[in-house]
Design a protein around this ligand. Sequence first.
Ligand SMILES: *Cc1c(COP(=O)(O)O)cnc(C)c1O
Length: 459
Amino acid sequence: MVKSWAEPYKIKMVEPIKMTTKEHRERAIAEAGHNTFLLRAEDVYIDLLTDSGTSAMSDYQWAGLMLGDEAYAGSRSFYNLVAAVREVYGYEELVPTHQGRGAEHILSQILIKPGDYVPGNMYFTTTRFHQEHAGGHFVDVIVDEAFDPYDLYPFKGNIDLEKLGALIAEVGADKIPYISVETNVNMAGGQPMSLANLEAVYDLCGEHGILVMLDATRALENAWFIKQREHGYEDWSVADILRKICSLSDGATVSSKKDNLVNIGGFLALRDPKLAEKARALLVAFEGLHTYGGMSGRDMEALARGIEEMAATDDHVRARTGQVEYLGNRLLKAGIPIVQPIGGHGIFLDAAAIMSHLPQDLFPAQALAAEIYVESGVRAMERGIVSAGRDPVSGDHHYPKLELVRLAIPRRVYTQAHMDVVAESIAAVYDNREQMAGLRFTYEPESLRFFQARFEPAT
Ligand SMILES: *Cc1c(COP(=O)(O)O)cnc(C)c1O
């Protein structure tokens, strides 16, 4: 019996990457204001900034690009996408968008009234932005285990039913249009929720007339962890678990740039045709006609095929999570503090522990990500106080409990040898950790500041 997670594909085409010197990288990071988002990709050796839109497509998907139907209205590729979403996720109504945040925007606008509350299992940057933009208050109801990077609880994405119950009692169900339930919680380190927890949430919300809206962007990876960890699902296919997850919700937003194996795209999926009508009315103003949203026909064709492919067997997600786990285990062996259990889409370094000599408002994770780049050309991303932004009312920083650097692994792109190089580079930075200085802002954008902020060393 084969135990290894080796890739269920072989490589047909390659893209050369540039090797750079340390002097070059020092100049590049200074020009980028010590923000890895502002680096030019061609100055990066191994790009673990994000697993969003960075997947390698299959020959079947590339072939789909040629077959895309570019009709303005009623494209065949749209109907192929509708069929794929119905088959794999089980939602009847499909509202295509340009990417995940397009779907979040539409959903927030049709359901949230100013003064409403939207509970969720940890915030996600764009999701919370759109909830607040619509006048809502985000309330975090994730389990406390999620805030402890070393707690080995297998379902750190779970919702704390007591926190949710307390919110309902405090503000009243009529002030809570829906709960936003994220599968494989990104900001917690790619941590799954259990089906038992989702069932309980769905029941509780059903009693109070509160809708359950999934952020199903990473639901496939969550389904894999359920198969590994939740009693009773060992023998289920990941595809069946995924459908069961979706069956416990009223709809979902999906960024197709993650699980779905495409470079751009997303959708809002709903059960209620009336709600879908409302969504489509906004869609035509903000995204595009209801049969393409923000996508070209070829994008929809590649997406329909990506959705089919990701769940056709368990082999893809097994190799995908296996590669992440391989890198995580190498770092653990080197004694580097990372969020555990190892999550679905990347490794999260505990910057607060690594840079324990720096206070959080000197942006330790931002500084660590910059240093990793200079050391080796590996690009990571801050997931800490800079990403958390400021409170819209008080103007103070949000001080998140987790101060992390994320190494997100693109799907089907890098090899095990690349992962070895990443592990060695991070070990080298770790050995020098006490030398690292913090950073301060030289430019701070008003919203979603982590994308474009600039910094200088704080001396
Ligand atoms: C990426 C992501 C989003 C936003 O999607 P975009 O396609 O980047 O707009 C929302 N939620 C989660 C969990 C994500 O990972």
